[in-house]
Every structure is written in C-alpha cells, then in structure tokens.
Design a binder for this molecule. Structure first.
Ligand code: PHE
Ligand code: NA
Length: 455
C-alpha cells in the first residue's frame, strides 16, 4: 500500500487553521472540568508538578510523533501506521496500534458527551437566573437535582451527540475552522473575568495559589502519579490518533515542532487559569477540593450568582464550554469516521450516523452511573469511573508508549528526520532522545509503580 501525498479528506487552509483546530481538540472539558477536580482529589501542588513534567517530557515528544506519523501517512491512524510500517519494512501488526486509538476515542466520547450535556443544561440554568445569590449548598442541590434525573441527562447527552455528528459529517475543515477562531479567545476572556472575581475573594485566592503551586510530595500516591500522567495525554488529546488525523491534513511545509509547542502551551495555560478561577471559590465557600466531577458545577455558579452581570457571563461561559467540548468531541470521532470512510467505502454521513448511535448507546451507561446505576460498580467504580479510568489512565498512556516506540524505534531514522525537517539539528536529537528513551521509560515506570513493583 502506497501512502498518498495528500489526505483524501482535504487539507487545512493554513497552518493557523491547524493550530486552531488542534488547540480546539486539546482545550476542552479536560482543562476546565477535569483538571481542577483531579487536582483537588490528589492534593494540589505535587500533582500539578507531575502533570507539568509529563506534558514537557512525554506530551511534547509524543505529540510531535503523532503529527509526523499522520502527515507522512496522510490517512486515518490505522492505515497511516500500516503504510509507514510497510514503507520502512516493519511488521504490519503495528497497524493495530491505530485500531486501539480508534476504539479509545470511541469510548472517551461516550462519557465526554454526557458531561458536555451537563454543561449544556447549565447554559439554561444560568440564563434562567437560577443562581442569583446562591449559597454553596444551593449550588450543590441544583447540581444533584440535575444528575438525579436520568431522562434529563439522556436528553442533553442526545443533543450534544447530534451536534457533534452534524459538524463531523460536514467535514472537519468546513465550519470548524471558523468557529474555533473566535470561541477560544472568548472562552479565555471569561476565564480571566472569573479569575478576577476569584482574586477579590481575599485570602482564599492566596490559599488557592498555595494549593496549586506548593508541592507536598507526601500527599502524592502512585494512583495520583498515574492520574497526572494519564491526564497529560487526555488534555493534549494524545495516545489515540486524534492529533495524528489532524496532522494528516497538515500542509507539508509547516513546522511540526513549533505547532506542538504552541498547542501544548495554550492547553496548559487554560488549565492553570481554570484552576485559579475555581479553587479560590472552593476555599472561600468552605467546599472540599476533592468534591470530584461535580466541582465546577458546584463552584462557578456561586461566582456567577454574585458578580455583576453574572447571568450574562455565566451564560456565555457555559455556551463557550460547550463549544470547547464540541471542538474536542469532533476530534475524538474523527479517527473512527476516517477509518470507516477509507476502508469500507462508506459515505461520511453514514459513518457519522453509525458511530453516533453506537457512542450514544454506550453513553447511556454513564448517564445511569449518576443516578439509578450509581450502585452498579466493579472494583468500587461506577460505569463512568471505570470507562474514565480505563481510557485516560490505561489506554491513552499505553497508546502513547507504543506511538513513541513506533516513531523512535520502528520507523527508520531517515523517515522521521525527513518528516520533522528540524533545524538546528540538536532539536531533532533532543526529540529522538525523548521519544526513544525518556517517554517510554517514564510511562513504564509509572505503570510499574502503580502495580507496586517499585518502592
Ligand atoms: N483534550 C480534550 C480535553 O482536554 C479531550 C480529548 C481527548 C479530545 C482525546 C480528543 C482526544 O478536553
Ligand atoms: Na485539554
């Protein structure tokens, strides 16, 4: 099988379009919903430090590897890896790494959509002025009231899935490029307004800064380290081929290294700013940082309920959060959809319908795990917790490990060198060192540490 010179699905109109789309894929619920609550659960500063270390030493080199594989293969992850393996005379079995990614994205979207649905529900709660002057207890009971009703969660989940599939069926380039261009800056602006509000909470802001940036390693468990590493993959959309597919639409001349730095930097900044907006509210209102997935829904409404123009800012915030989730959701399905279109001669629209229906069905498990199925657990985890753990903590790092090995050890040096086209040469050497040794070793160490094989 020869690799095509261009993707059959087209190409980004410019490198800016790629940065926007890839940043859109990266910035999502992971930054604003997940990062704060897992940081809260695992005790703050030390967890943040491990997460930042993973972004730099694992995330950056693996993202470069994904983009280079995608751009060289110019197809969905499965076929791209297959044709690169063939070109460099390696085992065809590597293509199953692409297949694993396709499956991982499918599973992640099933619960991602349910959480995005909750954000969608909050647009209307805020606009309906439900939070005026709300207390911490009031905000909590409004959230509990929502998740206790399976039919409501199901309806919002359905709406979000339909929106996602409509965008994907029209092709990633059309529409998406334009929407991301104004959404991202607007979302960022509102986050800054929230930080400004949080800053006025006096000592609580200082407490939040200390919580986020003072590392107390005695609080860090092996499970926390694994979660931090898994989240580095999740937040950058790595380990499952999403960035790979986006790379397959990247014009040949663009610098993969610079794109990677820009995307990782923006994603990290948004996560930290979200933390600075949320934790002051946690401390000012005597809430627990370890509240879990409900954290943003319990904290931010308090801010919107008390600040000037809270309804306006709050409404806008949740609308933008839904858009940020949408631009990530389409990246989660793009690998599955391109795989179907390229290999089974299915029209894009039909592929979207099938994938959408199946993902929706799996999502029902997550819907129930918040209410009637909250007692259905395996190893103490609900369906939602299980799917999240399996994908973010196991499948993404495993995918990332294999991608690093493929790019660093399996592909010929001449191939990766030509595709990255890095200058000065030491940048290529640095990348190669990270992707061959540091990233795989770090991932393996974290896995080993978890199973108690170490220490
Ligand atoms: N990066 C997205 C977020 O932070 C989630 C995501 C993971 C998107 C994997 C695409 C692929 O919300
Ligand atoms: Na992210």
């Amino acid at each position: 099988m020869n690799r095509p010179v261009r993707s059959m699905h087209g190409e980004w109109t410019s490198r800016w379009a790629f940065i926007l789309a890839a940043t859109g894929a990266a910035v999502g619920l992971g930054n604003i919903w997940k990062f704060p609550y897992i940081t809260g659960e695992y005790g703050g500063g030390a967890f943040v430090l491990v997460y930042l270390g993973c972004i730099l030493l694992i995330g950056v080199p693996v993202m470069m590897a994904e983009i280079l594989i995608g751009r060289r293969g110019r197809q969905n992850p499965f076929n791209s890896i297959e044709s690169l393996a063939e070109e460099d005379e390696r085992s065809p079995l590597w293509k199953y790494l692409g297949a694993m990614g396709v499956l991982t994205g499918f599973i992640i979207l099933s619960y991602y959509s349910v959480i995005a649905g909750q954000a969608l529900a909050y647009v209307f709660r805020v606009l309906g002025n439900m939070f005026e002057g709300v207390t911490a207890d009031g905000a909590r009971s409004i959230y509990v009231d929502l998740i206790n009703q399976p039919e409501k969660l199901l309806a919002w989940h359905t709406i979000f899935m339909v929106l996602t599939m409509i965008i994907v069926s029209r092709g990633v380039q059309r529409g998406l490029e334009k929407s991301v261009r104004f959404m991202m800056p607007a979302l960022f602006l509102i986050l800054l307004i929230l930080v400004w509000y949080a800053y006025q909470q006096g000592n609580a802001f200082q407490d939040a800064v200390n919580f986020l940036f003072t590392a107390d390693f005695s609080k860090l468990t092996p499970a926390g380290v694994l979660t931090a590493m898994g989240h580095a993959f999740f937040t950058l959309s790595l380990g499952m081929g999403a960035i790979m597919v986006y790379g397959s639409y990247l014009p040949q001349k663009t610098s993969i290294f610079r794109m990677t730095l820009a995307i990782s930097a923006m994603d990290t900044i948004v996560a930290i700013v979200a933390g600075l907006a949320i934790f002051p509210l946690v401390f000012a209102n005597g809430l627990s940082p370890g509240a879990g997935p409900s954290l943003i829904f319990e904290t931010l409404p308090i801010a919107f309920g008390h600040m000037d123009h809270g309804v306006l800012f709050g409404g806008l915030f949740f609308i933008l959060l839904v858009f940020a989730a949408l631009s990530s959701a389409i990246a989660l399905v793009e690998p599955v959809v391109t795989w179907l279109v390229e290999n089974f001669d299915i029209k894009r629209l039909n592929a979207c319908i099938w994938v959408g229906v199946l993902v929706w069905m799996l999502g029902v498990l997550t819907v129930f795990s918040f209410n009637i199925g909250s007692e259905w657990t395996i190893a103490g985890r609900t369906a939602f917790e299980l799917l999240d753990y399996l994908t973010a903590n196991i499948m993404l790092p495993l995918g990332g490990l294999l991608i690093a090995v493929f790019a660093g050890w399996v592909m010929r040096r001449s191939s990766s060198e030509a595709e990255l086209a890095l200058w000065p040469a030491f940048i290529y050497h640095g990348w190669r060192f990270l992707v061959r040794y540091i990233a795989p070793a770090a991932i393996l160490l974290v896995f080993a540490n978890l199973t108690g094989l170490l220490f």
